[in-house]
Design a protein around this ligand. Structure first.
Ligand code: ADP
Ligand code: CDP
Length: 211
């Protein structure tokens, strides 16, 4: 079974995807980490994220880089959204994601284009969302815990800028697949969001078995 989980920054898609993977005993891939790894490589070299050639040169990296805690930073997320708009960067990272999705037994993947491009054949697709203010509050709390002093207003501005960039780009923009369930987590606790996601996936499995 392949489960595709997409959505904007700090919507809770990673939290839901990890919980689904645990529940259905499936491997999970946070595909945002791949773009973050490219961003990391570009910054390490002092290269320009707006340059497709520079970004492409950072697409070859060891899997171990994905465990690097520094990839989680907000600045890396911002640069990831710049490098991820380059079509050749996306094309280079596609195979890795498709191989993961198509492994025997299935997988859960979360990102921006899983239901639309990476695994359009997924058995269940969720599009997780929340208001920009809710997402900024969550990201701000996370950052404060990690020692950041960035203001809530700045986090909100950055989230809106990232939404715009991810939705407006030509290559695989952030979009809800036509057959994805929309799950708005703005007013749901983590537990409630996870229970709702499991119910939606169970419903999809039952419908598939019955058809
Ligand atoms: N429904 C929710 N209610 C409150 N906090 C949440 C909820 N879902 C996720 N969070 C918190 O918000 C932050 C961002 O969640 P995460 O799953 O990493 O988002 P994403 O993967 O979409 O960027 C985390 O600190 C997470 O614990
Ligand atoms: N499948 C994906 C995943 C991430 N990305 C890009 O990578 C950036 C970082 O993604 P992420 O999922 O790690 O970011 P958060 O939602 O966790 O903040 C996003 O802003 C997207 O521009 C993408 O283009 N396609």
């Amino acid at each position: 079974m392949i489960i595709a989980v997409d959505g904007p920054a700090a919507s809770g898609k990673g939290t839901v995807a990890r919980a689904l993977a645990r529940h259905y005993k499936l491997p999970h891939l946070d595909t945002g980490l791949l773009y973050r790894a490219v961003a990391w490589g570009v910054l390490q070299e002092g290269h320009d994220p707006e340059s497709e050639t520079d970004a492409l040169a950072a697409c070859t990296f060891e899997d171990s880089l994905l465990d690097e805690p520094a990839l989680k930073g907000e600045e890396i997320g911002r640069v990831a959204s710049i490098v991820s708009a380059h079509p050749l960067v996306r094309a280079t990272l596609i195979k890795r994601q498709r191989n993961f999705a198509q492994q025997p037994g299935g997988a859960v993947l979360d990102g921006r284009d899983i239901g639309t491009v990476i695994a359009p054949e997924a058995d269940a697709k969720l599009f997780i969302t929340a208001t920009p203010q809710t997402r900024a509050r969550r990201r701000h709390a996370e950052m404060q815990k990690a020692g950041s002093t960035m203001s809530y207003d700045r986090v909100l501005t950055d989230i809106r800028a990232r939404d715009r960039r991810d939705m407006m780009r030509e290559a695989a923009p952030l979009a809800q697949a036509a057959d994805a369930y929309l799950l708005d987590t703005s007013y749901l606790s983590i537990d409630a969001a996870v229970q709702r996601a499991i119910a939606l996936v169970d419903g999809r499995i039952k419908a598939k078995l019955a058809s």
